[in-house]
Design a binder for this molecule. Structure first.
Ligand SMILES: NC(=O)c1ccc[n+]([C@@H]2O[C@H](COP(=O)([O-])OP(=O)(O)OC[C@H]3O[C@@H](n4cnc5c(N)ncnc54)[C@H](OP(=O)(O)O)[C@@H]3O)[C@@H](O)[C@H]2O)c1
Length: 272
């Protein structure tokens, strides 16, 4: 079988490409720019843009498994091309599909529901990789400046999101399932900082910003207003499901979900 991985250069996609190759699968990896993609030599790298279905016509030969992202374009908005993509997948004879859900529903999920393809929805809470946003100020100053409403997050390791996707693409029995994915603990910002501090062997200070200071900071860093309000809302009114630990990763992959301490150990050089 050949698995077409979209978002192959992304946070989850890179992990998925590696895990499928390790499992002995043939992987075709989609990117808009193969010249900078830095994908493993074992992957067949193909060029295509999910917002422009015509560019995808050459990529389907022999594809039986498909991993889809649901966003594209410079603004990262939900894909409008779901029906064209799903039509091509159906014609190609794709049998298993996983979809990495975004914040907003897209035409991808709608098109799959309207099709005869069985598909598996992956709905992660916060990625552990979001902690990379803290790396520069910890590395350079030993400080994190943040507006912290005390939110606890059951962040999930991106390798575990990929592991669930790989399982659903390789094995039968996952079509029609919607998997909400979390890590094994719900951690507050001080919890995360103490894990990072213990791993790098240096103190990390939390400097608490007010809501308005946080808005100004994000504006100065160039974040769009919509994202800024989303980030503030996440702290003042966090969705309850973001802090509830679920057993899904272990149930699907038969391996315990990776901890944040593991994630930090793997990325410690970025915080030192
Ligand atoms: N971060 C979180 O905490 C979190 C939590 C839950 C869900 N999510 C969702 O997870 C998804 C991944 O988010 P991320 O921020 O981590 O993204 P990311 O991994 O940085 O994803 C970027 C990937 O998308 C590909 N891509 C973008 N536009 C494309 C297009 N038009 N055609 C083909 N490929 C395109 C890029 O490929 P090339 O550049 O190589 O073409 C790259 O592989 C999003 O839907 C997000 O909403 C994120």
């Amino acid at each position: 079988m050949t698995v077409l991985v979209t978002g192959a250069t992304g946070t989850v996609g890179r992990q998925l490409v590696e895990q499928l190759i390790r499992a002995g699968e043939r992987v075709r990896a989609l990117t808009r720019d193969p010249a900078v993609a830095k994908l493993p030599a074992e992957a067949e790298v193909v060029q295509g843009d999910l917002t422009n279905p015509d560019t995808l016509r050459p990529v389907w030969d022999g594809v039986t498994g498909l991993h889809l992202i649901t966003f594209g374009g410079d603004d990262g908005g939900p894909l409008q091309t779901g029906h064209e993509i799903v039509e091509m997948a159906t014609k190609a004879g794709v049998q298993r599909v996983t979809v990495l859900g975004g914040w907003d529903p897209s035409t991808v999920e709608q098109a799959l529901d309207d099709s005869d393809l069985g598909w598996t929805s992956l709905r992660p809470v916060e990625f552990m990789a979001n902690a990379l946003d803290l790396a520069e100020s910890i590395r350079t100053e030993g400080v994190v400046r943040a507006f912290d409403g005390g939110r606890a997050s059951a962040m999930v390791h991106e390798a575990d999101i990929a592991a669930v996707a790989a399982t659903a693409l390789i094995q039968n029995g996952h079509a029609g399932k919607a998997y909400a994915l979390t890590g094994p603990q719900a951690l507050t910002l001080p919890d995360k900082l103490s894990t990072i501090s213990a791993t790098i062997g240096r103190p990390v200070e939390l400097v608490r910003l007010t809501e308005e200071q946080a808005r100004e900071d994000m504006r100065a860093s160039g974040y769009p207003d919509e994202y800024i309000e989303f980030a503030i809302q996440l702290e003042t009114n966090p969705p309850v499901e973001g802090s509830i630990v679920l057993p899904t990763v272990e149930e699907v992959t038969s391996r315990p979900a990776r901890t944040f301490a593991q994630w930090v150990a793997e990325h410690a050089h970025l915080f030192r």
